[in-house]
Design a protein around this ligand. Structure first.
Ligand code: TXA
Ligand code: MG
Length: 334
């Protein structure tokens, strides 16, 4: 991991204090950060990303002591109890949806009565948050509906002009966003699969995976509208090049195809692809997740006719991987 100097961290926190945008590494993906108390700064996030104002932001805090400023969780309630059961996941790639505090601007929550809160565990994000005495609103640092950035270079390529400072913390450890768990529903429900698996959350909360993932699995095609995370558009994580799941791929002559494979499979004689990228030797889901977005970006630069991606079992990290590639392959015209 690259470690920015204390001076760089101080400079970034000064920019945030001054109402400017800063790109911050986290263990999931890079975030586009603004002082959550500063509405003008928060509105710059929406502008820079081209993000609809209806899509709320995640508030990042250094630790629990900042929680009361953002959320209202009365003691001994069901939510309070669930938070205690989830204690081991913070800091980490878990975002909780909680009743919002008065102080959190409705710009951050897109007019909702709930707020998304997360304590990242990346050391650079932690240093930055510690040096700020305010919570930091931060979506992924990409243009709306594009692929999330997992390196400082990705952020620079896409939003370099809009940010005051990009803190380089090296390539993101996980490569996929945090899991979003809605604690305002009873029982709690996963709105977005991510860095913490549904299985481990189910265990901690003494619930079944089916209960926790109701409405969110298989692209949530059966979920009642409004029941997903508001930003989970069907077309998302989308490069310019068309993307197909390997299972839906019908090869066409003379097509230039980039194939993202999940393991080395010498037995299967697949169709010809112009370019092949193998994300893991043995189909390790952690390795696949880590380089999926970066590989999508890389192949998107190559003027291919099509990007084909392998599929995996929807278990553990496989749920988040399949969610992202299903959205990446969703057609823009539907
Ligand atoms: O890993 C992550 O979560 C990264 C890093 C930077 O922390 N952030 C991230 O933010 O992925 P973003 O904005 O790209 O995705 C946040 C998702 C959106 O789909 C948004 O709609 C949802 O969280 N969200 C935010 N506030 C919410 C709320 N109050 N209720 C339901 N969903 C919410
Ligand atoms: Mg995003």
């Amino acid at each position: 991991m690259i470690d920015p100097s204390d001076r760089q961290i101080e400079a970034a926190s000064a920019e945030l204090r001054a109402g400017n945008l800063v790109a911050m590494p986290t263990e999931t993906v890079y975030g586009l950060a603004a002082n959550a108390w500063d509405e003008t700064a928060v509105s710059k996030i929406f502008e820079a990303k081209g993000r609809p104002a209806t899509n709320p932001l995640i508030v990042h805090i250094y630790d629990w002591t900042f929680l009361d400023q953002c959320a209202e969780v009365p003691l001994a309630t069901e939510i309070d109890q669930a938070m205690k059961q989830l204690d081991a996941f913070w800091p980490g790639p878990l975002t909780l949806i909680l009743p919002k505090s008065q102080r959190i601007s409705s710009l951050v929550t897109a007019g909702r009565e709930t707020v998304a809160v997360r304590v990242p565990r990346h050391p650079v994000a932690r240093k930055l948050l510690k040096s700020c005495n305010f919570p930091v609103a931060a979506p992924s640092a990409n243009r709306s509906t594009a692929v999330s950035p997992t390196t400082a270079q990705h952020v620079d390529d896409e939003l370099g002009e809009q940010v005051a400072i990009i803190l380089d913390g090296g390539p993101s450890e996980l490569g996929l966003e945090s899991t979003i768990l809605d604690l305002t529903e009873s029982p709690p429900r996963i709105l977005r699969h991510g860095g913490v698996t549904a299985e481990s959350l189910a265990k901690a909360l003494h619930l079944s995976v089916d209960v926790l993932t109701r409405g969110t699995d298989k692209g949530a095609k059966t979920a009642p509208s409004g029941h997903r995370a508001p930003g989970q558009m069907k077309v998302h994580y989308s490069p310019r090049t068309p993307v197909r799941l390997q299972s839906d791929w019908i090869p066409v002559a003379d097509e230039r195809v980039g194939w993202i494979r999940f393991h080395v499979d010498t037995s299967a004689e697949g169709p010809e692809a112009s370019i092949v990228r193998i994300l893991s030797n043995h189909g390790d889901l952690t390795e696949i997740a880590r380089s999926l977005f970066a590989t999508l970006r890389e192949l998107d630069q190559l003027d291919l006719d099509l990007i084909v991606i392998d599929t995996c079992e929807e278990e553990g990290m496989g749920r988040a991987i399949m969610d992202r590639i299903r959205r990446a392959s969703a057609r823009r015209d539907v």
